[in-house]
Design a protein around this ligand. Structure first.
Ligand SMILES: NC(=O)c1ccc[n+]([C@@H]2O[C@H](COP(=O)([O-])OP(=O)(O)OC[C@H]3O[C@@H](n4cnc5c(N)ncnc54)[C@H](OP(=O)(O)O)[C@@H]3O)[C@@H](O)[C@H]2O)c1
Length: 334
């Protein structure tokens, strides 16, 4: 049996120890095979970080607290970026509420507490725009978190994510642990989950239009009324923001990460239709739930930190579709 000895346990003082980030910092990216994690590893490598560590789910099950502690104890990363979570759209949240709350709470508890125990200098946690209150004013400002009732279709996931943010804030307050939380908007890009039932709206649309084009279908059905407004950020931009904020940001306030621009689902479907080259009609299945009527991030705090998105929605969807075409044999379905 392995004995876990955290000989360099943090002193119990609450003065923030700001991380010193260098190209040799040992950075553990949890969830590196996912949409966000893979983009973060690519971004870190491009920026010259030389000491990146990763583990597949088979090598390290993040639900296993003992295994996570042992891993931290042996590896002692300087920085942890947590891109591991159970993620999915409205349908998946409705079908698997227990897994959404339990898995996310467990993974983040193991990762945050273990990183602190093992003496990591910095922790980057990812919340989400979908955990703001359903009827919060738009655009969403950081201070609206916990100001009203959640969207019922994903409250399990939201409660877990809010607990993760609060845990980062609590560890900052009590232990001086430099844990920060970012609030990404809807993300898309290479390695997305393209499953038609369990995925987010944009990869599902790409796949639907692609299949309809291949089958010469007369129309494509889109869930809901088409009127809700959503914001989308290309995942390489998200990764760039995460690494930028890892390097430059240290505070308890959550940081929205988005473009600050939204489109209706109908407009989005029309862009995807054009990029994929489908020539049939668009039909809206109004029996399916719409979710939150509008979700747009106020990104003024992020701009103040000196970062803004670079990829337009059309460019990003084209890049995501190119990846889909080149990787159809290995697209993820859950
Ligand atoms: N996608 C979005 O639009 C979006 C928007 C806002 C926030 N976020 C946040 O960004 C983060 C990453 O999301 P994503 O879209 O990149 O999700 P994703 O593509 O599903 O990736 C999640 C990663 O977590 C890993 N993982 C899950 N459970 C694990 C376990 N028990 N042990 C080890 N690894 C485990 C998965 O491993 P496998 O590869 O083995 O499955 C996968 O690599 C999440 O915190 C999410 O809440 C995402």
């Amino acid at each position: 049996m392995t004995i876990i000895n955290f000989s360099n346990n943090r002193a119990m003082d609450n003065k923030i120890k700001k991380a010193v980030v260098t190209p040799n910092s040992k950075i553990y990216v949890a969830g590196h095979r996912g949409l966000v994690g893979s983009a973060i590893v690519k971004n870190l490598e491009a920026k010259g970080y030389k000491n990146i560590i990763t583990r597949t789910r088979q090598q390290l099950d993040l639900m296993d607290s003992v295994a996570v502690m042992e891993f931290y104890c042996h590896q002692k990363p300087d920085i942890v970026i947590d891109a591991a979570a159970k993620v999915g759209g409205i349908h998946a949240n409705n079908i698997y509420p227990a897994e959404f709350i339990y898995d996310n709470l467990t993974i983040q508890n193991n990762l945050i507490h273990g990183a602190y125990q093992a003496g990591a200098q910095k922790f980057v946690f990812l919340g989400s725009s979908c955990i703001y209150p359903k009827m919060a004013p738009q655009p969403l400002k950081e201070e609206y978190l916990l100001s009203g009732s959640l969207e019922p279709t994903n409250e399990w996931y939201a409660i877990a994510k809010i607990a993760g943010i609060k845990m980062c804030q609590a560890y900052r307050k009590q232990y001086g642990f430099d844990a920060i939380s970012l609030m990404p908007t809807n993300l898309y890009g290479p390695r997305d989950n393209f499953d038609l039932q369990n995925s987010h709206v944009l990869p599902a649309l790409i796949r639907k239009f692609h299949q309809a084009k291949k089958n010469n279908d007369a129309d494509v059905t889109v869930w809901g009324t088409g009127s809700p407004k959503r914001e989308f950020l290309y995942v390489d931009d998200m990764a760039d923001a995460a690494v930028y904020l890892m390097e430059n940001y240290s505070d308890e306030q959550i940081v929205n990460v988005g473009t600050g621009i939204d489109v209706t689902i109908k407009q989005l479907a029309e862009i995807v239709k054009k990029i994929v080259g489908f020539e049939g009609d668009l039909v809206f299945d109004t029996s399916k739930p719409d979710g939150t009527p509008r979700k747009l991030m106020d990104v003024s705090f992020l701009s103040l930190q000196g970062w803004q998105a670079k990829t337009s929605l059309e460019q990003g969807i084209q890049l995501a579709y190119n990846w889909f075409l080149e990787n159809q044999g290995q697209i993820r379905e859950k």
